[in-house]
Design a protein around this ligand. Structure first.
Ligand SMILES: *Cc1c(COP(=O)(O)O)cnc(C)c1O
Length: 506
């Protein structure tokens, strides 16, 4: 279609936005994943090549709504989709995200007369720091990323700057920035063989970050206790930090992706890590993709979780996800750092005079292009801002409480079930329940059923789980991250499916 007709379609667009809104807010899907026939119909509808004249706006929207949308999964729309950790989308975030596309602000340079978007992004980071009980005087900085993977890359990159500078300084060497001189020159000058990341049960994206950043996936090392699946062995930590041939970054799994459990369980553990890292010039990065939100909780019911994310304010950097527990759409993650200037050493977009921001009064806000990976970037902060403004601390606390309560109800039910095993296997049910956050990891006792368990559950289309593995055996994970959780209703759905798949309790 001729692009000059676009003006006349903008009213049509308004109508469609309204329709989209109604579809996603009121539609209660009866299946969480598309049927095989909807998928094959959608595949058959995809064009074989680009047409010369285009199908036009009306035909295209009908094609997308009628052919493609039925073949989407209902990951954020259904409360019973428990795969990955997708989160939902709050109504405020959905509203804001539509505006982000409509107005298409490019949030890369802070120019005070040009747009409010960089101010909004900076403000949203402050609201997040408030939500996570991080002191603004130290933590009100950072950037919105595409997700926790992006944030982990930021954190390890900033850590790499810091630890190599510390190592070089010890030798009285003035080459001091990887961003400026490159990894090889710095490693060589400091007389090191490399950088290592010390952690326990890291998310795969942390290893990916090490690969991207020239640290190497093989240099992500476990410093886990031999008698525990997740906790730090402080003796191993110190022995590695004391090595003279490596500079080290510690990565804390603040919310491990399979179990949802926390790598540290007291403030004093974080204090110990901090003390050791200060002694040896190491950096602490927290991967708190979903776990860091545990800091909104209060009271004895959730005290084990609260303790698991105590002391994270002692870290140097924190990665978090927006599209998980913040319940804003993909793509959104955030990165916060106690050393506000460090990101500039890595990411500065040097020598582009036309991209210099114009500063005229107001707070000094760094241009995002100098502190993050991208230059041009989406206004992904607006949905986060909208949702934080709309629901506040109490809204987020109550949302998380509902999610945890459902996870604990299901964990207890599985623990007592003759045909299932709640994981990790603990002798003490209460201890497992206290540690249960938003993930329910489990397996079937019967080998045959266990090897097909995710498939059998997902075939019902009443709920969706991720297949995983735990200590060498296949396992299933129910990740509860949607604001739409209603504990009793969803408990009934899940237990009916799991009982059905196992052929009852006896
Ligand atoms: C999901 C997750 C990530 C990766 O996040 P993306 O948003 O997929 O990039 C990293 N760490 C942990 C602990 C996670 O749960």
């Amino acid at each position: 279609m001729d692009l000059k007709d676009i003006e006349s379609t903008s009213q049509e667009q308004g109508r469609l936005h309204q329709k989209l809104w109604e579809m996603t807010q009121t539609w209660q899907p009866d299946s969480v994943i598309p049927s095989a026939s909807d998928l094959s119909r959608a595949r058959a509808s995809l064009p074989k090549s680009l047409t010369e004249n285009g199908a036009g706006f009306e035909n295209t929207t009908q094609h997308i709504l009628n052919d493609l949308v039925p073949a989407f999964n209902r990951s954020s729309i259904s409360p019973n989709y428990y795969g990955f950790i997708t989160g939902g989308i709050t109504p405020a975030a959905l509203f804001a995200d539509n505006l982000v596309s409509a107005y298409d602000q490019n949030v890369q340079v802070h120019m005070t007369e040009h747009s409010i978007s960089t101010d909004v992004e900076h403000n949203a980071l402050g609201l997040l720091a408030d939500l996570l009980r991080l002191d603004r005087s130290q933590w009100h900085n950072g950037t919105f990323t595409t997700g926790a993977t992006g944030s982990n890359i930021q954190g390890i990159a900033c850590g790499r700057e810091f630890v190599l500078r510390a190592a070089a300084k010890k030798k009285g060497i003035s080459i001091d920035s990887v961003g400026e001189y490159g990894l090889f020159e710095l490693i060589h000058a400091a007389g090191l063989s490399g950088v290592q990341v010390l952690t326990t049960l890291p998310h795969s994206s942390l290893t990916k970050a090490a690969g991207i950043l020239g640290i190497g996936r093989a240099n992500v090392k476990s410093v886990c206790r031999d008698d525990h699946y997740l906790q730090f062995d402080m003796e191993k930590v110190e022995a590695e930090l004391a090595r003279s041939d490596k500079a080290s970054i510690i990565a804390v799994s603040c919310g491990e992706v399979n179990t949802g459990h926390f790598a540290t369980s007291t403030l004093s553990e974080m204090e110990n890590l901090r003390r050791l890292c200060d002694k040896y010039g190491a950096w602490i990065h927290v991967d708190g993709a979903f776990g860091i939100f545990g800091r909104v909780l209060e009271g004895p019911e959730f005290s084990t979780i609260s303790k698991g994310c105590e002391g994270m304010e002692l870290a140097d950097s924190i990665a978090g996800d927006g599209h998980k527990l913040l319940n804003v759409p993909y793509d959104c993650g955030f990165f916060l750092c106690r050393h506000a200037g460090e990101a500039n050493n890595v990411f500065q977009n040097a020598n582009a005079a036309y991209l210099n921001g114009a500063q005229s009064g107001g707070p000094s806000i760094p241009s995002p292009l100098n502190i993050g990976m991208e230059n041009s970037r989406r206004f992904r902060a607006l949905p986060a801002y909208a949702s934080l403004v709309a629901y506040g601390r109490t809204g987020y606390r109550q949302m998380l409480e509902r999610q945890i309560r459902l996870a604990r109800m299901l964990t207890e039910w599985l623990y007592d079930h003759p045909k299932y095993t709640a994981l990790p296997k603990l002798d003490n049910k209460e201890a497992l329940l206290d540690q249960t956050y938003i993930s329910v990891l489990f397996s079937a006792k019967d080998e045959e059923l266990n090897s097909n368990l995710p498939k059998r559950i997902n075939e019902t289309s009443k709920m969706f789980v991720s297949g995983s593995a735990w200590q060498g055996r296949p396992a299933c994970r129910i990740a509860i991250s949607n604001w739409r959780v209603v504990e009793d209703r969803d408990f009934a759905v899940v237990t009916a499916v799991l009982d059905g798949v196992a052929g009852g309790r006896s």
